[in-house]
Design a protein around this ligand. Sequence first.
Ligand code: ME8
Length: 507
Amino acid sequence: MPDQRPFYVTTPIYYISGTPHIGHAYTSIAADVLVRTARAHGPARSLTGTDEHGQKVAAAAAAAGLTPHAYVDSLAPRWRALAPAFDARFDDFIRTTDPRHARTSLALFERMRANGDVYEGVYEGWYCTHDETFWPEAKLVDGRCPNPECRRSVEWLSEKNWFFRLSAYRDRLIAHFRAKPEFLRPQARYNEMMAVLEGGLEDLSISRSSFDWGIPLPGGGVIYVWYDALINYISALGWPDDPDGLYATFWPGMHIIGKEIARFHTLIWPAMLWSAGLPEPTRVFAHGWITVEGEKMSKSLGNVIDPFALIEEFGPDPVRYFLLREAPFGSDFSISVEKLRQRYNSDLGNDLGNLLRRSLAMLQKYRDGLVPQPSEGALQERLTDLPALVNEHVMCLRFREALDEIWTVVTYLNRTIDERKPWELYKHNRANELDALLYDLCEGLRWLSLLLFPYMPAKATEMWQQLGLDGTPERLWADELVWGRLAAGTQTNPGVALFPRLEPPAP
Ligand code: ME8
C-alpha cells in the first residue's frame, strides 16, 4: 500500500441552534471511518465543530431570552456529545466563537483585501435567514427561498457590506474542475456545480451590517456567517501563525459534506483560499441524504430520528455499520428501525457474530482454545489483495463497497466451516487438516478485526481480545495485515456473543 501524506478530514460545522439528528451523525461517522483507516497507514487528523454566528442564531437567542453568547454556550455540550456517543473520535472540535477562529477569519479577510479581492458596496436583494443565504430576485421561486428543502419566506436587505470578487475566479474554477474531476465527488454533484459555473458567478457579500452577532470587522459590521464558517477548516489548524505546525502538516485536507452545501465548499471556499494565496482542499465529497420513508427529516413532519435513541437500542457500532452498509455514500437512502434490526440480526448476528462464536467454540472443544501452527493455503491467497482493495474503497469513500469486500471473507469462512465440517475432521482424526482449518478461522478473524476496526471500533476490539490478543486492533496495517502474525499457542478467550439476537418488539 502506498505511503500516504498526512491526511486531514473535516465534517461540516453544524448549526448550533439545530437539533443533532442521525444525518449529522452520518457525516461524522463517515469522517471517523475515513480517518481511522487513514491512521492505519500514517499520520491523520480529523475535525468537527459548531457554526455559531449569524442572524438565525441571534434570533433564536432573542426568542430564548438569552444573549447570543449565553445561548450558544448552553447548546454546545449536546453537539460535543454527538460524535463520542457514536465512538467517533475527532482530534479537534472547533466553535466559531473560539478566539482562535476570529483571529484566522480576520487575517484571511485582510489578506484577501490586500490582494484587491474585497471591496465595499451595497447589497440590495433577498436573504433567507434559515439557510443564511443571499438570493437575487431572479432565483426566487414564487417569491420564496429557492432551496426545495426550505421554501421559506425571504427578507429584503439593503446593507452597506464588503464584497468578495468571486466572479473573477470563475474561469479558474472551471479549469480546476476540468483538470481534477475527482475534486468533487460524486459525479452528479460535479455536474451540478459545473452547470452553476457555466451559468456565471456573482460577487458575494461577505459581511453583514444590520445586526452584530458575528466576528466584528474593523470599521463596523460583522463577517457573513458562511464566509466565517468555511474558514473553520484552517483556523483549527492555526493558520496563519501555525504555532503547532498543524497547518503546514495537514493542509490541504478533504471535506465531507451533505450535498446541499456543495456550492459553498467547491466554488466559494476554493476561491477564498486562492484569493489569499493558499491551496484549495484536496477533495470534497458531498454525500446523499438520509430520509424517512422517502421524506426529508424535519421537525414539522415529526419524523426526526433521534441518534441517541438508536444508540440506546442497538449500541453505537451496529448503527455505524448500518449507515455505511445500507447505501452507496453518494446516494440518498431511507432509514427505519426495522431495517436496522434486520441488518443487525442477519449481517452482524448471523454472519459475523456466529462466525466468531462457532470458531472459538470449536477451538475450545478440539484444541483447548490454543491456536494451532500457522497454515498455508487458500485463505492466505484470498486475503493477499484485500487490504489494498479495502483501503482504496474507503479512501474513495466507497464505504459500502469496502464492507462488501470484507464480507466476502466472512461469507467464505462461514461456508468453509459448513463445507469442511471440522466436527467430522475431529471424529476421523484428521488432525493436520483440522489444525489448518482452525488456524485459517482464527487468523481470518484477526484480519477481520483489523479491517473492521474503523467501522466498529468497540466490536472489533472485542473480537481481537476474544482471539487472545492484547490491546486493540488500532494498528498499522503494513505491520499487522501479514499472514501468520497470529502466533501458534495463543490462548483464545471466548466471551459473550458479539451481537446478541434482538427480538422484534412486542406487538
Ligand atoms: O449546513 N442526511 O449546518 P447544518 C444526511 N452550518 N446528512 C445530513 C442530514 C440528512 N438528513 N441532515 C444534516 C450547515 N446532515 C452549516 C455548515 S460548514 C462550513 C457549515 C449533515 O447543521 C450533512 O453533512 O445544517 C449536512 O451537510 C450537514 O449535516 C448540515 O448541517
